[in-house]
Write a protein that binds this ligand. Sequence first.
Ligand SMILES: [Zn+2]
Length: 328
Amino acid sequence: MKYLLGVDLGGTNIQVALAERGGKILRSQKFSTEAATGRENVWRNILAGLETVLEQGLVPRDRLAGVGVCTAGFFDYYSRTIISSPNLPGWEGFPLEKRLSQELALPVLVENDANAAAYGEFIFGAGKGKRNMVNVTLGTGIGGGIIIEGEIYRGSGGFAGEIGHLPVLPGGPLCGCGRRGCLECLASGNAIAREGQAVIAGEARTILRDMVEDQEELTAYHVFEAAKDGDREAADIVAKAACYLGRALATVVNLLNPEIITLGGGMAAAGEIIFEPVQRCLKELSIQPAGEMVELLPAVLGEEAGVRGILTLVEQALFQVVNACKGY
Ligand SMILES: [Zn+2]
């Protein structure tokens, strides 16, 4: 039996998993990325995380077949380098795949984290048995991954699926990507928190003010909780964000006609309060029958989606495993 390591390199955490072929995870552990401390330190954290997971002795090192890494930011699939990553400062141009392969003396495969999460959800999660799906991760930012006919759709440079940067409001707020009015700066966790903080700073009556001591502590979670409790200001923020999200997803549906769209990430955990208005807006704005046939579902793999996806991708690359889902 050969074994594989999967790494999900995010702006906050590095998730490391040791798995058997076929995707069974033997051990999985999270480490702090400490992204702000710079690339050299993050690099040490990745290596230390791998060491920690391996030193349990579950698997002898000579039984390791390879390592898959999924990373935040824009990863150029063809030049195999990170082009830019707002959450990982200093990683621009870094040949992560080559350096890690030299360091570990093992084959390494790197993939964009949103693509890996979509693939994980497709193989093991809500997308099981489907052919065409889009996975959207609603967290502090908004990520997206597209699966077409059982394969990740990367586009001509490897940058397809950036749903968070679909322009939905001309002249809207400034986004981290440098453009204005992207979905991410209107409907992400950060955007909702920012709107909630603005309400607190204003005159309106709202329970948001009583939920935190300091305005800066307010997160999207508070806004969703307040909306569930009937707070009008909070409900307005959620309704607006859901509408932008529904609009962006209508664009996705009209363009790709997927069978399902899965919503994951911390915000999706808010449940019906976000799903219901997104669904309504999506149906209103998409063409029929594409809008009627698409199912909007919660993603089911949670934080493990990326690592499970990348483990499958590295296994397929190493062992030329034919994706059973493509055998329809
Ligand atoms: Zn943007």
